[in-house]
Structures are given as C-alpha cells and as structure tokens.
Design a protein around this ligand. Structure first.
Ligand SMILES: [Ca+2]
Ligand SMILES: [Zn+2]
Length: 437
C-alpha cells in the first residue's frame, strides 16, 4: 500500500513537470558520446547518438568557410555534409579541419530554404588530440543583403544578427583525448529547435596552444525529419566569396568585372579540367590583402591576392590573374597517390593555358622567344607549348594531362603516349614551327 502511494506521488510530480515543459519550450540540450580509439570503427555506431546520415537536410547545403583557412592536407569544407565518412582514425583527406596555426574558424551553412530543425549532429574522428569537438552554433532565417554571408562577421555573431543555439565541448579534463566523437543538439522533448535557413559554426581549437590543435570534423548533419537525396554538384552553383575588406577601393572592379568573370569561368574551367569521379570544390574564397607582395597564390580553396598589384593592374592583367588562380582551385592536386610526379612548370602551364588561350583575348596570347625560352619556364611558355600540342596532336591533351596529374599517374614518359614523342622532341618541333611563323 505504502509503495503504491509513493508511486502516485511520483506520477503526479512528473505530470507537473511535463505541463511546465509544454508551456515553456523545452531547453535545447547537447548530448555527446565518445568511442575511444580502440573501439571506434568506420560505421560510427554510437550507443546514444544517431549515426551520420547522407540524407539529412544538410546533404545539399552550401557550406562556406567564412573565417580561418582549411588545411590543404584535409578535405574541402563541403566534406562536412557529403555523407562520406573516414574509414579509419587518421584519415586527413576524409575530414575537414582548419589549417596549421589557425585559432579556430567559422563555417556558414546555407540549407537553401528555411528548415524546421529537429537536431544538429556533428561527428569527428582522430586517434589523438584532434578528436574532441569545441564549437558554438548560431542560426538565422534570413541573411541581410548587406553584409552578405561572405563579408567578415562580427566578432560576436549575435551582434551581427545570429541567434545563439548551443555550445558543444566534448573535452574531458584529465582524460587523454582521441577516438570518435558524436555530438547532438536537440530540444529535450524532441520538438523543433526552430526554423532556420543559415547555420554558423564558430569552431574553436581543441588545444589553443597546439598549432595542430584543430578538430578532424567528419560530418555535420541537420535533421528535419525528412529524407533528402544528394543532388550532383553543378559548378554553376559554386559559392564564390570575395573579401576586399582591406582593399575597399577595389569593390567597383570586383562587382563590375571580377565576380561576373569568376562566376562565368569557374564552370568552364571545371569542364576543361574534368576527370573521372572528380567533383571540383563547391566554394572558394578570394581575399585581397593590402600588405601582400607579388601577385597571387592559392592554397586549397583560398586564393590570396596582393592588393597593391591588383590596384595597379585593374585595366590590364588583374582579372586574368584571378582566372589563373581559379584553375589552381579546380586542379586540386593533393595527396601523394600512385607515386606520380607533379612538375611545377606543367601545373603552372595548365593554369596559364586556361588563362591565356581560353580566357584572354586572342590578341594577348603569349609568344615565347625561341632563342631564350624553354618549356620548363612554366607559365606562358608552357601554356604556349600546350596550346601548340593541343592544336597539332591531341585536342584533349590538357584534360588528359590534368587527369594524370590529379590521379598521381603523371610521368614525363606520358608525352610519348599522348603526342607520340618525348617532351624535348615536342619542344624542338614547337620551336621550329615558331621560327617558321
Ligand atoms: Ca550528412
Ligand atoms: Zn599559379
């Protein structure tokens, strides 16, 4: 009798709690789980956290790195939503992580439409200190026209109109980090977190004192209770972020000339440099720096441009110089696969071929000086050789060379297969043709 009575009391208390919850929205809760390095397997099967999905609402999201740099040894930021997972505990190419020395960074995710979000889950895997996750997530339903998502965000995202959703920290003091981590953000009762189109992940390093202290993120899922099949990437939908905060005087040229040229040419370059199974990066950033010397350079999907040089060349070579860098973004030669070579002259020659023989007007095409030039000079000279050999020997030459470089199959001996003679003989043939002109 007495026991029954106690139970009734408990039941009554519960009812009160549930009633309160119905009146006030349940709290957003963060749960997380770790499978230590020995237990973690490629299936990401946690006990309480759901497994990563390739059909969640983020499957076709646009993902942009709005602060920080990707590590060129890792995957592009889109890997966060591609539904593909690393197969083992130290697989840089299957994870997104911030570059060496980056003190965190920010990822903006555009779900494409306002989405009633039930759960946000994040997954990471690393044998050691880059396993734990430390980030805050913010959300919003509309992006103001200005600032666009591509401009530098306020230090405090809430001041820039973002709503704080949750903070995740899976570090445990006094425990050696490592293994597989799964974190889940949801309301206690399973009701929607809210309806949002944009999410901002403000990522902190696991260990700020370690230049290699950034998390290996494998996947981020956004669940809305529906299944979303992956749509193949259309390079015309590339997200190009152009940051001119340090060089505001370039803005009219960027809006009037550079951005339209990049948006038009990225899909053309992707087509020219296509290879089996290769998907070009879905987002990239071009940043104009006021203190940079030289012209431009590309690491992964980040293009850095020397502001002063561009300011001097707006009416001349400025746009073409960025087109050259876009070719590098699409080339994306990474990882030492198959023991192939990647001679710098050819890598640069392909980028300059795209620029001078496809993008620039025919009148601007380079014509090397036969008495001094050598194909190993790269750039315009190598580009001119590629153009000659394409016209004379194989219209698909550049596409084939690019595929071989990307897939680690390139050796100088490949020229014999492609054009029927070795490089030096081809160069001599080109010089003879030049002299005849
Ligand atoms: Ca996913
Ligand atoms: Zn280059």
């Amino acid at each position: 009798m007495k026991i029954n009575y106690c139970r009734q009391i408990v039941a009554a208390t519960l009812a009160v709690v549930i009633l309160t919850a119905a009146v006030r929205a349940a709290e957003i809760e963060v749960q997380w789980e770790r499978r230590d390095a020995d237990r973690a397997t490629a299936d990401f099967a946690f006990d309480r956290i759901s497994r990563p999905s390739n059909q969640d609402a983020a499957t076709n999201a646009q993902v942009m790195l709005s602060r920080g740099e990707e590590d060129p040894a890792g995957a592009e930021v889109f890997a966060l939503v591609d539904g593909k997972l690393p197969a083992n505990r130290d697989e840089p190419g299957s994870n997104f992580f911030l570059g060496v020395g980056n003190k965190g960074g920010r990822v903006v995710m555009d779900l494409g439409e306002e989405t009633p979000i039930l759960r946000i889950s994040s997954y990471s895997w690393h044998a050691g200190g880059r396993g734990p996750q430390v980030y805050k997530v913010f959300a919003r339903d509309k992006m103001p026209l200005d600032p666009k998502p591509d401009v530098t965000l306020d230090e405090n995202p809430e001041r820039a109109g973002w709503k704080f959703i949750a903070a995740v920290d899976t570090r445990t003091e006094g425990e050696k980090p490592g293994g597989q981590y799964g974190a889940s953000i949801a309301r206690a009762g399973g009701t929607s977190i809210g309806s949002y189109r944009y999410l901002l992940f403000d990522i902190s390093p696991v260990n700020p004192g370690d230049i290699f202290g950034n998390t290996f993120y494998s996947e981020i899922d956004v669940e809305d209770g529906k299944q979303h099949a992956a749509v193949p990437f259309d390079p015309r939908k590339v997200a190009i972020t152009i940051n001119s905060d340090e060089m505001p005087q370039l803005k009219p040229w960027i809006d009037g000339k550079l951005r339209p040229a990049c948006e038009k040419w990225y899909p053309i370059i992707a087509e020219m440099l296509a290879s089996d199974g290769y998907v070009p990066p879905r987002s990239l950033t071009v940043t104009f720096k006021k203190d940079m010397e030289g012209v431009a350079g590309t690491v992964g999907t980040r293009v850095a441009c020397a502001g002063p040089w561009f300011e001097r060349n707006l009416d001349g070579e400025a746009t073409g110089a960025v087109i050259h860098e876009l070719a590098h973004v699409v080339q994306r030669y990474r990882g030492a696969r198959g023991g192939g070579q990647r001679p710098g002259w050819l890598v640069e020659g392909i980028a300059d071929y795209v620029r001078w023989f496809k993008f620039e007007p025919a009148s601007a095409r380079p014509r090397p000086d036969p008495s001094r030039a050598r194909y190993t000079d790269g750039y315009r000279t190598a580009a001119a050789l590629l153009d000659y050999a394409t016209e004379r020997h194989d219209p698909e030459l550049v596409e084939k060379l690019n595929a071989a470089l990307r897939e680690g199959r390139y050796r100088d001996s490949i020229w014999r297969d492609l054009v029927g003679k070795d490089l030096d003989s081809l160069w001599q043939e080109y010089l003879d043709a030049l002299k005849k002109k």
